[in-house]
Structures are given as structure tokens and as C-alpha cells.
Design a protein around this ligand. Structure first.
Ligand SMILES: [Zn+2]
Length: 371
């Protein structure tokens, strides 16, 4: 009787993933991910917003871009929640966490993460339970466990400690989660750049009844040759029927390679952060093939002259950057449906590297698929 109840509770998450097509050569797949507020086509790129808005972009601009999914930052430490469709508008005013972003990380203990105010040195303890409580009150579709993050340059026993603590904190987060019927909690695979720790972590996490998984602790400036190996080790273990979210990764080449390695969701601050990298004497649009409102109306030279002084230029470039990433993901989805993703990768690389100076790590990552 107890057993049958347990069985019935399995798989009853607020998220369901339907695999639409799988690449016959790589681990890439395209799926329909059903969430309480929206159905998302994967692989998907999620722009990172600050306090519920994408920096520099107006809500209607995001809608024009057909951007249905975005992330909000609650804290430092890459602690994030994911908002879908228009529902994220309502998160703009949820107070409480604005204050936290002003605090600096003081100490990590078994109890939680301690923050300190730089002004009056007052402290705030963010525990796994508190982090879930805040995310439950915000009400986003996907919420993240509190994890013990170490920078990817850290080596030695601290990495192992953080990995095991992340698993313990996951269990505390799951126990504290009050809204599993309409909010999906994602655990985070940690383990630094150690293959055995990554494997151990992934193997432990999949024993828990959770709707999806994140791969964290990467994109911190580690060697790319190690980065992709940690990704593929993780996706080899994480179950196919659940979404895999690679945190903090968003450069176009990384997206293409990591889709091949079996990742479904990505996020990055890149599209807004690089809005200032632009060209002074270039009278072409940013991208002649781009259909976004910025490329239709403005030259690079114009954007350069206004970018230093006007936030509107930042918005214009951000519109283009987000449009590019979203368009890239749609093209990837389509190529997987038609089972020509390997051909898409070849074309993408030829376009990005016309002199054939392909990054070695990307070649290595794709070599196992005879690409
Ligand atoms: Zn554009």
C-alpha cells in the first residue's frame, strides 16, 4: 500500500518533457517542455534578467523577440529562478531579495550561506530552507536548489566537500518545498573539474524524484578542454526523459557544441554584457541577415556613437544579441527535427571560422561523433 502510493507520486511533476526528435549522430534532441505557464521548445536559450526585467529591454521588446523564458537573479552565487511567458512581469515587485543582492558573501557553513552588509556589517543567513521559501513566494515555474558553489579554479578537498554538501542541501530544499505541484525544483550537478566527483554527484542526484537537472560550477574560466568533458560526463548519467540545464553557458559556439553533448537549456548574461562592444566606422547593420528591429534600422557606426552615452543604444544592441541567440536555437531545433544537425554544425563552424581555425576543444568534443 505504502509502495503503491510512492509509485503514484513518481512522475507527477509540474513539468513534462516530450522528446520530439533525436539526432542520430550526437546526443542532441529537441523537446517540448511543458511548464505551468508555458510550453517551451528546447534546446532553449534563456536571457538573464535582473530583478525580473532583462537589463536594457522593455517587456514589449522581449515579447517582439518571442522570448518566452528568462531567468531572474535572486542572489549572488548564481542562485536563480526561471520565469516563463508573461508571468515574469509579476515578479518585478517581489521584494526581499533586492536587499540580498547588496550583501557580500561572507562564509559558507553546513547551515547555509552567510552574507554581510558592506555598510553596517549586519549578517543574513541564506539556508536551503530560506532559499526555497523565497522562491516559493516568487512563484516561478522552475526554481533552483541552493548549492555550495566553488569556483572552477579551486582544487582539492574543498571541491569534494562542496559536492557532498550540495547533495545534503538538495534534500533539505526538497523537504522545504511547499509547491511541488506548480513549481519545479532542479538540483545542480557539482564536482568541479573532477570526473569522478561529477559522476558521483550525478548518480546521487538522479536517485531523487525531481523534474529536471542542472549542471553547475562551469563557465568560470576553466580550460575548455575540461569544460566539455564535465558536461558530457554529466549528460551521460542524467536521465534522457528529463531536461538538462547547463548553467551560465551562452556563447554561440558553446551552445552548438553543448546541444550536441545533450543539453537542453542554457542561460547567460552575455547578450547584454557585450552590448558595448561595437564598431565606430562600420555602416552595415550588426548582422545583414538579422530580422530584428535594430538591424532593420541602425548601422554599427550609429550605434557606436550613441552607445557610450545613451542607454537606448545598449537596448538596441541587446535586442540584436538576444534575437541572434533565440534564432540560433530555433535553427538548431529545426535541424534536429530534420535530422541534419551534423550538417548544421559543419556550416556553423565554416561560417564562424572561415579560416578553419576551429577551437581545438570544440573539435575534440565533436570528434567522438565523427564530425
Ligand atoms: Zn539584429
Amino acid at each position: 500500500m505504502g509502495n503503491s502510493l510512492l509509485m503514484a507520486s513518481k512522475g507527477t511533476h509540474a513539468l513534462s518533457l516530450k522528446i520530439i526528435a533525436e539526432c542520430s549522430t550526437t546526443k542532441a534532441r529537441t523537446c517540448k517542455m511543458k511548464l505551468p505557464h508555458y510550453v517551451v521548445d528546447t534546446p532553449v536559450f534563456m536571457p538573464v534578467g535582473t530583478q525580473g526585467t532583462l537589463k536594457g529591454l522593455l517587456p514589449q521588446q522581449l515579447e517582439e523577440l518571442d522570448c518566452k523564458i528568462m531567468l531572474g537573479n535572486t542572489y549572488h552565487l548564481g542562485h536563480r529562478y526561471i520565469c516563463i511567458g508573461k508571468s515574469w512581469r509579476s515578479t518585478q515587485d517581489s521584494g526581499g531579495f533586492q536587499m540580498v543582492s547588496l550583501l557580500k558573501l561572507a562564509e559558507i557553513t553546513e547551515e547555509g550561506v552567510k552574507f554581510e552588509s558592506p555598510h553596517d556589517r549586519s549578517e543574513m543567513m541564506l539556508t536551503p530552507e530560506k532559499s526555497i521559501e523565497i522562491q516559493n513566494s516568487i512563484g516561478a515555474d522552475i526554481i533552483m536548489q541552493l548549492d555550495d558553489v566553488v569556483h572552477s579554479c579551486v582544487t582539492g578537498p574543498r571541491v569534494e566537500e562542496a559536492m557532498y554538501r550540495t547533495i545534503r542541501w538538495l534534500d533539505r530544499c526538497i523537504a522545504a518545498h511547499k509547491r511541488p505541484h506548480d513549481q519545479c525544483i532542479f538540483p545542480i550537478v557539482q564536482g568541479g573539474l573532477y570526473p569522478d566527483l561529477r559522476k558521483k554527484c550525478a548518480e546521487e542526484l538522479i536517485k531523487r524524484d525531481v523534474p529536471g537537472f542542472a549542471i553547475g560550477g562551469l563557465s568560470g574560466g576553466e580550460e575548455k578542454s575540461q569544460f566539455w568533458k564535465m558536461v558530457t560526463i554529466s549528460t551521460d548519467i542524467l536521465p534522457k526523459e528529463k531536461p538538462r540545464y547547463l548553467m551560465g553557458v551562452g556563447f554561440a559556439i558553446d551552445l552548438v557544441v553543448c546541444v550536441a553533448l545533450g543539453c537542453d537549456m542554457f542561460d547567460c548574461v552575455y547578450p547584454t554584457r557585450t552590448a558595448k562592444d561595437i564598431y565606430a566606422k562600420d555602416f552595415r547593420p550588426i548582422d545583414e541577415n538579422c530580422k530584428c528591429s535594430t538591424c532593420q534600422q541602425y548601422t554599427r557606426a550609429y550605434l557606436h556613437t550613441v552607445v557610450q552615452t545613451e542607454t537606448v543604444a545598449c537596448q538596441l544592441v541587446t535586442v540584436h544579441n538576444v534575437a541572434y541567440q533565440l534564432d540560433l536555437m530555433r535553427s538548431i531545433q529545426q535541424s534536429i527535427v530534420e535530422d541534419r544537425f551534423p550538417e548544421f554544425i559543419r556550416r556553423f563552424f565554416n561560417k564562424q571560422f572561415p579560416n578553419k581555425d576551429y577551437p581545438e576543444w570544440a573539435v575534440d568534443a565533436l570528434k567522438s561523433y565523427q564530425l
